[in-house]
Design a binder for this molecule. Structure first.
Ligand code: C2O
Ligand code: CU
Ligand code: CU
Length: 532
């Protein structure tokens, strides 16, 4: 498998697949001033504020007791910029944290030392196509790829991970993934917890064999259902516990799992306080009984240990829920059940099971804690009046034909964009996400939850509607969706219909949208918009 199309070849193929001739002219015009070696060498006219090398390589580290586990890992080396731009974790396989500031110009020299092709995507950052990690840019072992972009995002948390054609799931699973934080001037004034009080909380599930080696399913039907592990890792470590002081912390939770969905909550029933979602701070803190976090989603949590006693323990768990896996829709009574057989085959820890995520040990009592600000970042809620297609939303239909999860009935093709996927630069569109169950009996049966991610700018959720999910099951998840927030990934429950409003500003080019269940993505549940 060689994904190293030259840009020119790629665009020519792309143009052939189009019906709109004006578009192909534009695409070819774009190709004429780019060379085959695009982004293999640095652009000397670009003056970075931060520059670092990022290397993906195989490694062996201690995760479980005994034998080391073979993983893939990102390592990094700062070439230019503030010392704190890269933060290295002491244990686990998680990649270094990348700390950026809004307005910084960033250059990353990615070196691939894996035995296979790879490319890095900055999930959540709004960057040009050539820096977005489109699979067409995957480089072979031993090659390098240069990213150059400006940080346009406001304060928030993002996720960097591979985006290699058909290998994203595997490469993330073996350890490639890390957290990016962006800070802006507005956030600085809020005096949110910083430094040792601002911590990553990257959640993943993994499965190990008796020799402590990772097991990953490459076979159907596990890929169709999504791969689930039975060990929970936080920041690349197993049985993670945090030693905390009796004060407020900021925890940046990221679901970097391949397909597991979490229902985050305190074990003792204390509500959670969210201060941010995917890429932005909220307008004001929101209190929720629990937060649903599907693959690719982030939530910034204000975890306050004030008043907790010395040596007491607070436990963050994932609460039980059901109804996200395929059901025999249309069957009733005893016939209607989750596909238990497949669940068993998939993992001893089924989707929706209850388990512990991490423990927080109060090891020091202090009497000085920052206050939760009442207001965070400005937010204007968009309505139909803010889009140019209120009555004709762009449709993204989710379906599962027997061996392939699809978008609008199609799987990914590197060289295809449909007319309905061409969007004018500067426009703001209403997009409807729904389950397309009209394609036959099997697809009806295989309705399941899909976390839908769109590259590029963050969007707002305009409406969420439960059309056909069992109300009891829906009641177990519905209070965990954060409203009035900026999102780049949204969980569409089975039977749910969601409308979003997404801006397409600043950059022309190809921007992917896909299911962030990584097995689904690799099976082709991915398409692309062309911003023209
Ligand atoms: Cu986090 Cu296109 O991916
Ligand atoms: Cu992304
Ligand atoms: Cu999916």
């Amino acid at each position: 498998m060689n994904q190293n199309y030259s840009r020119r070849q790629f665009l020519q193929t792309l143009a052939l697949g189009l019906t709109a001739s004006s578009l192909s002219t534009q695409l070819l015009a774009g190709a004429s001033h780019s060379s085959v070696n695009i982004n293999r060498t640095i652009n000397t006219a670009f003056k970075p504020d931060v520059e670092f090398e990022l290397t993906a390589l195989p490694n062996a580290i201690s995760i479980l007791r005994g034998e080391k586990t073979h993983v893939y890992q990102y390592t990094a080396q700062l070439i230019k910029g503030p010392e704190r731009s890269l933060q290295f974790l002491k244990a686990g396989y998680l990649a270094p944290l990348i700390h950026l500031q809004q307005g910084q110009k960033v250059r990353v020299i990615f070196r691939n030392q894996l035995p296979e092709a790879s490319i890095v995507h900055w999930h959540g950052l709004h960057v040009p196509q050539h820096s977005d990690g489109h699979p067409q840019y995957a480089i072979n072992s031993g090659e390098q790829y240069v990213y150059e972009f400006e940080v346009l995002n406001p304060a928030g948390s993002s996720f960097y991970h591979p985006h290699t054609h058909e290998l994203t799931g595997k490469q993330v699973y073996y350890g490639l993934g890390g957290l990016i934080t962006v800070e802006d001037e507005l956030e600085k004034k809020l005096m949110l917890p910083k430094g040792e009080f601002d911590l990553p909380f990257v959640i993943q599930d993994r499965r190990f064999n008796a020799q402590n080696q990772l097991i990953y399913a490459h076979q159907m039907p596990q890929r169709m259902m999504g791969f689930l592990g039975d060990h929970i890792l936080i920041n690349g470590e197993i049985n993670k516990s945090f030693q905390v002081k009796s004060r407020a912390y900021r925890f940046r939770a990221l679901n970097a799992s391949n397909s597991r969905i979490y229902k985050l909550a305190w074990d003792d029933g204390t509500p959670l306080i969210a201060i941010g979602t995917d890429g932005h701070l909220l307008a004001s803190p929101q209190q929720l009984p629990y937060v649903m976090l599907s693959p690719g989603e982030r939530v910034d949590l204000w975890l306050d240990f004030t008043g907790r006693a010395l040596n007491s323990v607070a436990t963050l768990v994932s609460l039980p829920f059901s109804g996200v896996m395929p059901t025999m829709a249309g069957m009733h009574g005893r016939g209607r059940r989750q596909m238990g057989g497949m669940g068993m085959m998939n993992s001893t820890l089924p989707q929706g099971a209850k388990f512990t995520l991490a423990q927080f040990n109060i090891t020091e009592v202090i009497h000085d804690s920052p206050h939760l600000p009442k207001q965070l970042a400005p937010f204007k809620l968009w309505t139909d009046a803010d889009v140019d297609n209120a009555n004709t939303p762009i449709e993204i239909g989710l379906s599962m034909s027997p061996m392939s999860p699809r978008l609008n009935g199609h799987t990914f093709a590197m060289d295809r964009v449909f007319d309905t996927e061409v969007v004018a630069l500067g426009s703001r569109k209403k997009i409807k996400l729904f389950h397309q169950t009209g394609l036959g009996m099997m697809s009806q049966m295989l309705t399941m939850a899909h976390p839908v991610h769109l590259h590029g700018q963050q969007y707002q959720v305009l409406s969420r509607k439960n059309v056909s999910m069992n109300p009891e099951q829906y009641a177990m998840v519905k209070d965990g969706f954060i409203q009035q927030a900026w999102k780049d990934t949204v969980l569409v429950m089975p039977g749910e219909e969601i409308e979003i409003i997404k801006p397409f500003e600043d950059y022309r080019g190809l921007f992917l949208y896909h299911c962030h269940n990584l097995e689904h993505e690799d099976l082709g549940m991915m398409r692309q918009f062309y911003v023209s």
